[in-house]
Design a protein around this ligand. Sequence first.
Ligand code: LMR
Length: 348
Amino acid sequence: MKKWLFMSFMALLLLVLAACGGDKKEAASAPAAEGDGGYTKEKPLVIKFSHVTSIDSVKGKAAEAFAKLVDEKTEGKVNVEVYPSSQLYGDNDELDALVSGNVHMIAPSVTKMVKIDPRWQYVDMPYLFENQEHARKFFNSDVAKLILESDQLAANDIKGLVFWENGFKHFSNNKHPLVTVDDFKGLKFRAQAGKVLESQFKALNAGSATIAFGETYAALQQGTVDGQENTFNNFDTQKYQEVQKYFSVSEHGRLDYAIFVNKTFWEKIPSELLTAVEESLNEATTLAWDLAAEENEKSFENIKNSGIEVLELSDAEKEAIKKQLEPVYEEFTDVITEELINGIRDLK
Ligand code: LMR
């Protein structure tokens, strides 16, 4: 009798476990709901969007515009919660948070994707992009799809959607004017991420340290590093003019963004809402591109008016820096791949 009872109990337990497992599997593979999936203004679907720059930066403004468009187009059924200024996650943890689904959307400077795919460092290859038009052609090209739709992203449950623009990077420091290659010698710079930037500074006989964006102001203020490289707009909106004395307009590399989402989360957004969210993203992307040009121009004026010394490098001076940085191509072409580098060059 005891044995029979025990067997029955075990059989029941197995049935319950099998049923639970089945549910889980089904839930993971279930298609997104039709229509609005039952979401309402009162009980909306929440998309958490984390980024590291301030609300008045190019990215900050575009992110706010995206949230507003989504609210309008879904009549409040989708609520994009934007967390700027590394408030929720910073450089060191936002990618992990995306992979684990703790945040649903991020817009990192693409070089920070090096953790998943080193080819994203294409953006740091010195003087690879000729001008803004060239960068824009790339964003919409088949070459860009090599990385935006890569297996590496999918393997991490990430989907790359679109590129947002910022602009060209320039050097600054608080020791002396940077004009010739020799001026960089012995200085230490803050770098965003990855080995390409380390190699870039090494080629200039300078040192570098990877420092999160949210910690860079303090690092410059405290002298942990002497200088940094960034766009006019990031420099200005982070108020680096307060902690830097010399700014060299060098245009030696790009800083642009891509929008990445948690794939599982994204593919579960009910169809009608997803259409509205995608439309909003396309509109916000156009805005982000327009804003990038305008805001960087405004920020350049702010920097010039801030009292720090601004050095606009001549073509010959930029050419000398470019030549000095050639070893970066020798070291990293295999990593970034010729397919990507030549593909970008061919878009000129
Ligand atoms: C940086 O770290 O300098 C940039 O990636 C910040 C940003 O997101 O624009």
